[in-house]
Design a protein around this ligand. Structure first.
Ligand SMILES: Cc1ncc(COP(=O)(O)O)c(C=O)c1O
Length: 435
């Protein structure tokens, strides 16, 4: 083993990590003996920021103290509560003012976006997604297609990686658009692919989609809080995300949505305007704030993406996110990304030599991945599951994606180089024992 791959080297890197103190601000799940588990599962559910407890309790206390008056008189009034999240989300997504909002959950937001932006007309009626898209995304687009009286079988285009490969090069998306762009109304693509961890170039995909007259929307479930995003500059039309993964908002936390300002400023607000060609599903929270409580029959959209809100925000599902976004702000995205690249490169360097017992699906180039590595375990069918179970028994928390992938993600906010080293050690041992 080379000296830079020893436990001492990992601990030395932790000792020099400018973000090391962040770890103490999260609750670390522990084993039966009270020892912290090696938690490498922020791609699925981020850890509890300790400050979240006080924020949630504060809202419970305000509810107890004030009842309905909390809407206006709570320390953080509930009516504009979602605005506590706006600046942090705009920073993480690279949104201009008025382009990012916390609301609903990911798939609900995707439906709201498709209601506005998927406007099939004549031969331009298809939706392009990746083959093997997250099931909920596929359900959303197929149901939206069917809801408009079209046949999903015929209308959905699913782009698979080249034969024998796991990743979809951006060139393949461009080539597909060059071939079939005139038939495609909308492209829905992930920022980071959930199974492989591949990062996609959002600006490049949006550019290619626009060149062929298509709308470009993005699922950022695995991107936000993981990789730098610049949605406004990338010219994305819309994007949706959840907050329970890298954003540490808690199970079922409030999700979020981005709409580029060219859409929200394009049309008269009274005509549910803003989207192409001016339709959205509306609710009272999307109505402009000054007259919302006058309950007028005529909808007058709030400016920007706020006009897509439907219902009043879930305060208890939003409070923890305030705590997490504050830590992101303090740590700063450039430092987080630098540590993330270093952690994942360290993991890669430790486990790549274990080939051919495992194959890393995720791109080797750190510019093309976030913190997640997806590992395909070789050998007989069922071996991967066996390896995963043995890792879990050793206190490693990662996750399993059938039929043969283990996903593992060192998160710069709370993981250490030592965690990565311990995981790699456990993996090497388990692979040997199960060979
Ligand atoms: C890529 C992706 N899309 C969509 C979803 C669905 O999210 P929600 O249940 O918040 O709608 C998830 C959930 O993990 C996801 O990972």
């Amino acid at each position: 083993m080379s000296t830079e791959h020893t436990l001492a080297a990992a601990q030395a890197r932790d000792a020099h990590d400018p973000l090391a103190a962040c770890r103490a601000r999260f609750a670390l799940p522990r084993d039966a003996r009270g020892e912290p588990l090696v938690y490498l599962c922020g791609h699925s559910l981020g850890l509890l920021p300790l400050a979240a407890r006080a924020l949630v309790n504060e809202e419970l206390d305000e509810w107890a103290r004030l009842g309905v008056q909390g809407h206006e008189h709570a320390r953080r009034p509930w009516i504009p509560y979602h605005e506590n999240l706006t600046a942090g989300l705009a920073t993480l997504t690279g949104a201009d003012p008025g382009e990012a909002v916390a609301m609903n959950s990911l798939t609900v937001n995707l439906h709201l976006m498709l209601a506005s932006f998927y406007r099939p007309q004549g031969p331009r009626r298809r939706i392009l997604i990746e083959a093997g898209a997250f099931s909920s995304d596929r359900h959303a687009v197929t149901s939206q297609i069917a809801w408009r009286g079209l046949d999903p079988e015929d209308t959905l285009i699913e782009l698979a990686p080249p034969p024998g490969e796991d990743l979809v090069p951006e060139e393949a998306i461009e080539a597909c658009l060059a071939r079939r762009g005139a038939e495609i109304a909308l492209v829905l693509w992930p920022g980071v692919q959930f199974r492989t961890g591949q990062v996609f170039d959002i600006a490049r995909i949006a550019r290619a989609a626009h060149q062929h007259g298509c709308i470009a929307g993005f699922d950022l479930a695995h991107s936000i809080g993981n990789v730098p995003l610049a949605l406004h500059a990338a010219n994305a039309d819309f994007a949706v995300w959840c907050s329970y993964k890298y954003l540490n908002g808690g199970p079922g936390a409030i999700g979020g949505c981005f709409v580029h300002q060219r859409h929200s400023s394009a049309q008269p607000r009274t005509r549910h305007g803003g989207a192409l060609p001016g339709v959205r599903l509306a609710g009272w929270w999307g109505h402009e704030e000054p007259t919302r409580f006058h309950m007028p029959p005529q909808f007058e959209a709030a400016a920007g993406v706020a006009g897509w809100q439907i219902s009043n925000p879930p305060i208890l599902a939003a409070a923890p996110l305030i705590a997490s976004l504050a830590i992101f702000t303090e740590a700063g995205l450039p430092r987080l990304r630098a540590k993330s690249v270093a952690l994942t490169d360290f993991l890669d360097g430790l486990i790549r030599p274990l080939a051919p017992a495992l194959h890393i699906l995720t791109p080797a180039d750190s510019a093309r991945r976030g913190c997640q590595l997806s590992l395909r375990i070789g050998g007989s069918p069922g071996r991967g599951k066996q390896v995963f179970a043995a890792l879990s028994a050793r206190g490693m928390v990662c996750d399993w994606r059938a039929p043969d992938i283990i996903r593992v993600a060192p998160v710069p906010l709370y993981n250490r180089f030592e965690d990565v080293w311990r995981f790699a050690q456990a993996l090497a041992q388990v692979l040997q024992e199960t060979s």
